[in-house]
Design a protein around this ligand. Structure first.
Ligand code: SAM
Length: 472
């Protein structure tokens, strides 16, 4: 039975409800009156239900699809403005006891080098990341209770936060590790993590079990209910995601929205972010063996609909996507992107030797952070290294209310400008700095409150003198 308030995976991600939703969407995809009314309803910024959203996804009328894109673009402008937050992944270990068939870290892969960063390695890697200008990391690890126990992850987080190199500091560590216990989530919370990210991979239980044939990750319910345990353990911000390509995208999209509805219904706050990874080529993985790959157009439509249907949730696009695809979807509502990523265990401090490659998957966007920052600015975006919300305690529903009250222009906007200024002073190339300085000057004027504008201008001048870490 479908029940968004249930704590049982098979009730809040109910298969029959998804199948009924898809049938309803198919039956109504040409019902343009309904489609128009849903687009109208979406304008109220209260989101759309999984059923409503699925009708929009099924609709192929070119004029309506264009309206979806326009609306997504409008929402992005109105609520997120032109800021794009930057982060980098840091792979701690690729030891893994699971059998995920799409991931080269699966246990049966005997030729991929298994690596695990020591605390000394972390100092080197994080110093290199700080020297690029990163302030926000997402740590990643395979699941292995012997090699990567929670104590190891906690020690790594502590080390990462302790490294202060020149003007560098990692101010927010997001965590993408396997589903775990309430007790371990509590420990992660105490360690000061930002968002806990866990991709569902697929919401389709039968496929999930086939795609995860062995290891603890095989347990669909334990994996799907992880965010409830994370929230029970005190983690306010959780990040959802589907690995597109594994199952039918319409099924996944309905499941993703049902998951968001469930979190809202039970915990009073939806997901902080949604990631939209697509399966990529990797060591012993050929993405073409999966039948459900989606083309760039469908991918863009999914991004636009996530923006419209879950308006206050951040959206993340990684370097799995090429520059061209990122360019296409950023304007549709993306709020965070990774830059200059390495998906290997180590590799920031010095490149891995050819015969020792430990990458999780191929990266399509190989540009440096300086190039990514410049590219964003040339497209009219403000690259932001801001982590203020998390450090000011604006997490969970407190962040959402900031978003909903439209205060972003007086809070996130100045913070973005100040962190960009820090980046320009400390890490940017001359060319990037010149573009950035002009952008900051122009963007300062867009802060609505005069007092905030004055304080921001004052802080910007102090950053120029060498003082760091101002925030609203
Ligand atoms: N081991 C943790 C877990 O099971 O959730 C951490 C996740 S892993 C380091 C990060 C994510 O990479 C996975 O959740 C999966 O969605 C994604 N991934 C794995 N193989 C991939 C591939 N071949 N292409 C793209 N993404 C992949």
């Amino acid at each position: 039975m479908y029940d968004p308030k249930s704590l049982k995976a098979e009730e809040f991600i109910n298969h029959e409800e998804i199948m009924d939703t898809l049938a309803y969407a198919d039956a109504n995809k040409d019902n343009l009156e309904l489609v128009d009314s849903l687009l109208e309803k979406a304008k109220a910024l209260k989101g759309l239900s999984h059923r409503e959203a699925s009708v929009l996804l099924a609709c192929e009328d070119p004029e309506r699809v264009q309206k979806m894109y326009d609306l997504a673009e409008q929402f992005k402008k109105d609520f997120y403005g032109n800021r794009i937050v930057l982060f980098a992944p840091l792979y701690l270990s690729n030891y893994c006891v699971n059998g995920c068939v799409y991931c080269p870290y699966h246990l049966k892969n005997k030729h991929i080098p298994r690596k695990k960063l020591t605390q000394e390695d972390i100092v080197k890697e994080v110093t290199a990341l700080q020297d690029m200008g990163h302030k926000r990391l997402a740590i990643e690890a395979g699941e292995d209770p012997v090699n990567n126990p929670i104590e190891y992850i906690l020690e790594c987080i502590k080390t990462i936060y302790s490294i202060k190199h020149k003007n560098g500091a990692i101010r927010r560590v997001n965590v993408n590790i396997a589903a775990t216990t309430v007790e371990n989530y509590r420990k992660l919370k105490e360690a000061g993590i930002g968002t806990y990210i866990l991709f569902q991979e697929t919401y389709h239980k039968e496929s999930y079990e086939k795609l995860h044939p062995t290891g603890p990750k095989h347990n669909y319910a334990y994996h799907t209910e992880a965010m409830d345990r994370a929230m029970e353990g005190g983690i306010d911000d959780v990040g959802l995601g589907v690995l597109f390509g594994l199952e039918m995208y319409r099924y996944e999209f309905a499941g993703l929205l049902m998951h968001a509805e469930h979190l809202e219904a039970v915990h009073g706050v939806g997901p902080h972010t949604i990631s939209v990874p697509r399966v990529k080529r990797a060591d012993d993985i050929d993405p073409d063996t999966f039948d459900n790959g989606i083309d760039d157009e469908t991918f863009a439509k999914l991004c636009a609909l996530i923006r419209i249907c879950v308006p206050y949730t951040g959206m993340i696009i990684s370097t799995r996507e090429s520059k061209a695809v990122r360019e296409k979807v950023i304007r549709l509502g993306v709020s965070q992107i990774s830059g200059a990523s390495r998906t290997s265990v180590g590799g920031y401090y010095e490149p891995e030797p050819e015969d020792e490659k430990s990458e999780q998957f191929d990266v399509s966007d190989n540009r440096t952070l300086d190039e990514v920052v410049r590219w964003l600015m040339e497209m009219g975006y403000i690259p932001s290294f801001c982590t203020a919300c998390y450090r000011e305690g604006r997490t969970g529903d407190r962040f959402m209310s900031l978003c909903k009250s439209g205060q972003i222009q007086n809070c996130c906007h100045p913070n973005a400008l100040m962190t960009l200024k820090e980046y320009l002073m400390d890490y940017a190339s001359e060319e990037t700095r010149a573009i950035g300085e002009k952008l900051i000057e122009a963007e300062l004027k867009n802060i609505p409150k005069e007092k905030v504008r004055e304080i921001c201008a004052d802080h910007l001048a102090k950053i120029e003198e060498g003082i760091r870490d101002f925030r609203f």
